[in-house]
Design a protein around this ligand. Structure first.
Ligand code: UDP
Ligand code: MG
Length: 330
């Protein structure tokens, strides 16, 4: 396989119900662009028929299809990183497998990349997600805008394009639990955002639980900003000043009116409030320490079980087996 102009990386986790439809829309959309391309599907430890279906698709289009099989479920962003490591295109585009990002929109991103942008972000027009998801992600967008330097109109849309330079740099980063659009943004020098269509999930259900979404957003905040830690010092200073003033007032009062005995519940309330802040702070510190711990352990971020692809100058299928003895993360 010579180096294609475009690589499309698609993470797949239990998407058997929608894969056929994805294949039938994706390849014609890419053929219509009249450029050289490769599609890299990353099977993120699916336990349905996704892996077999991807393999079957490889045999139908071996020239333009490559399959990365991970040996477990590492999450959407880690799966995409595994795809990035395999990608060879000058432009790399990520896409969801559930057809929420219409493949027909890929052309728009390629056009922008050819205009010398090194990062094309996207904003979903008429987003087809639940009201709760839309409200929560609008709130997270606002928080992220305030506490990081990352400017994105719509952080959640994964239909994005990156230049080879950005992908090579991301591959060197070795970051665990990262948020790819944000990481790429920090590396871009000429980013742009465009609007793209958004559809309802073609089949199946979202693979993110509420907990998964919260974790993802924690990764985004703690992975790209130290502002929450600085807030803690700030809150600490305010609380100490407040208690110093309270202490002075109580002292003065004691000399003028005498000792007070009836404010015990107010004191309880204040104590519990402060306890809450302390526990929250410990949790927040834990998030950062956890990230440092994961990073310094330097275990493999994911394990690639096999790559199914056509060997460089060979006509037959080639399966690279990279069985590894390292334990799974966490
Ligand atoms: N995905 C993945 N690993 C996971 C969860 C999701 O590879 O652990 C893939 C999934 O198959 C899909 C994409 O990531 O291609 C986006 O997932 P989903 O549609 O469930 O997320 P949502 O659109 O609800 O944010
Ligand atoms: Mg989806």
């Amino acid at each position: 396989m010579n180096k294609p102009e475009l690589s499309v990386a698609i993470p797949v986790y239990n998407e058997e119900a929608g894969l056929i439809e994805l294949f039938s829309r994706l390849y014609p959309a890419l053929d219509a662009l009249e450029l050289t391309y490769e599609v890299i599907f990353i099977n993120d430890g699916s336990y349905d028929r996704s892996a077999e279906m991807l393999e079957e698709q490889y045999y139908i289009r071996p020239d333009t299809t490559r399959i990365v099989l991970l040996n477990g479920n590492y999450g959407q962003h880690m799966a995409i990183l595994a795809g990035f490591e395999q990608s060879r295109g000058n432009i790399v585009i990520t896409l969801d497998a559930d057809l929420q990002n219409p493949p027909e929109e890929i052309g728009k991103l390629v056009t922008k990349m050819r205009e010398n942008h090194d990062y094309v972000g996207t904003i979903r027009l008429h987003r087809h997600d639940s009201l709760f998801r839309r409200k929560a992600s609008a709130a997270m967008n606002r928080i992220r805008e305030r506490i990081t330097h990352i400017r994105m109109g719509d952080q959640g849309c994964m239909l994005r394009a990156y230049s080879r330079r950005i992908i090579d740099t991301i591959n060197l980063c070795g970051e665990v639990d990262t948020f790819i659009p944000a990481l790429a943004y920090t590396l871009a020098y000429n980013p742009i955002e465009i609007e793209v269509l958004h559809e309802e999930r073609f089949a199946g259900e979202s693979k993110y639980s509420l907990y998964g979404l919260i974790r993802l957003n924690f990764n985004l905040i703690t992975g790209f900003s130290l502002v929450p830690l600085q807030w803690l010092s700030f809150i600490g200073v305010i609380l100490s000043s407040g208690s110093a003033i309270l202490f002075m007032l109580l002292l003065v009062r004691r000399f003028i009116i005498g000792a007070e005995v009836h404010v015990v519940f107010t004191l309880f309330a204040i104590t519990f409030f402060l306890l809450g802040i302390i526990i929250f702070s410990l949790g927040l510190l834990g998030e950062y320490i956890g990230r440092i711990y994961q990073q310094v352990r330097a275990r493999p971020r994911y394990l690639v079980r096999a790559v199914i692809q056509k060997y460089e100058s060979n006509v037959s299928a080639y399966t690279a087996r990279t069985d590894c003895v390292a334990p799974q993360l966490d």
